[in-house]
Write a protein that binds this ligand. Structure first.
Ligand code: PEP
Ligand code: MN
Length: 352
């Protein structure tokens, strides 16, 4: 349920209403939007009468029920406004959200050694990326496949962060590793295979680093948003949703079916920022550029693209990884579409 305050409501009145709602046994959450203040109410609100709640103050404009199973995640909970996720990086804050320029995340599937991760970081940064991705802990279908270098790879990510100034996005698979990974990562990634690992969702929700929540490969949009709800309910409001392709009946030519329809659908359902991952979404480097450009045209807030200095030798996901040269070319094409849809950052002008 949400309580929408009238424009210009005195702060003291909002505080008083919050206290009164707490006395009713509710957990109010004040959300300050661009135009209005709303108070979100979650928990057992089925027996509450919106008309009775409205009587609490003449400054209440309306009281609305959030009909969806996801509450904090829903667009209504923010009274229709988009949220932004601000991530601090060595190069300053990066902003993810509907009203910000596109954010590019790039890097290898796995962190293999220091030379390759630092080289990739410098190359993708020069091309225009703001974040380096790279797995230290890898979820692999086969137990015999390369599992990632684990803790030692975290040190290599820290070195790449230092050398490039890029923010770091890396996956956490186990609740036991959250703190250790959060010391190095600027954003914690919860992978497709863990989208409904509820213990992990609660744990990343109880710490402060922003979370990138990938869509499970067979997850419905409601299941995905309920997974995000776990993180928000645990206290962390900084969640970015990442579409990375779903399973459909035909896997002959593409590894997954990249569901770009999530862009308009999520826009209407949630205030959270959206990322598209065309690399896992297609599984083939040659399909990545077309889907990247389509995602920008369809309004994505950010993109995650796998880039490897030598894809033929990659320890994981080589076939879908771009070379640094092809990534350079792609970013130039991205700029054309990004400008056309008003989502390209203006170049930073040095002030003497
Ligand atoms: C990855 O980003 O390398 C990864 C394993 O992604 P997903 O969870 O989408 O498969
Ligand atoms: Mn990968």
């Amino acid at each position: 349920m949400i309580v929408v305050m009238k424009v210009g409501s005195p702060e003291a009145e909002v505080v008083r209403i919050n206290q009164e709602l707490e006395e009713w046994g509710l957990t109010p959450e004040k959300i300050v939007g661009k135009h209005k203040v709303v108070i979100g109410l979650v928990g057992d609100t089925v027996d509450l009468d919106p008309l009775q709640l409205r009587e609490i103050s003449p400054w209440i404009e309306e009281v609305l029920r959030v009909e969806k199973p996801f509450k904090r995640t829903s667009r209504e909970f923010r009274h229709g406004e988009a949220s932004e996720v601000v991530v601090s990086t060595p190069n300053g804050p990066a902003y993810f959200g509907e009203h910000h320029p596109l954010v590019i995340v790039a890097g290898p599937c796995s962190v293999e050694n220091e030379e390759m991760i630092v080289e990739t970081a410098l190359r993708v940064k020069a091309a225009g990326a703001k974040f380096l991705r790279g797995g230290a802990y890898k979820p692999r279908t086969s137990p015999y496949a390369f599992q990632g270098h684990g803790e030692s790879a975290l040190g290599l990510l820290a070195a790449a962060r230092e050398a490039s100034g890029l923010g770091i996005i890396t996956e956490v698979m186990d609740t036991a590793d959250v703190e250790k990974i959060a010391e190095v990562a600027d954003v914690l990634q919860v992978g497709a295979r863990n989208m409904q690992n509820f213990s992990l969702l609660k744990k990343v929700g109880a710490q402060e680093k922003p979370v990138l929540l990938k869509r499970g490969m067979s997850a419905t949009i409601d299941e995905w948003l309920m997974a995000a709800e776990y993180i928000l309910a645990a206290g962390n409001q900084n969640v970015i949703l990442c579409e990375r392709g779903i399973r459909s009946f035909d896997r002959q030519y593409a590894r997954n079916t990249l569901d770009l329809s999530v862009l308009p659908v999520l826009r209407s359902l949630t205030h959270l920022p959206i990322m598209i991952d065309p690399s896992h979404g297609t599984g083939r480097a040659e399909y990545v550029p077309a889907m990247t450009l389509a995602a920008i045209a369809a309004g994505t807030d950010s993109l995650m693209i796998e880039v490897h200095p030598n894809p033929a030798k990659a320890l994981s996901d080589g076939p879908q990884s771009l070379t640094p040269e092809s990534f350079d070319r792609l970013v130039k094409e991205m700029e054309v579409i990004g400008r056309a849809v008003g989502r390209w950052a203006a170049p930073v002008v040095a002030v003497a």
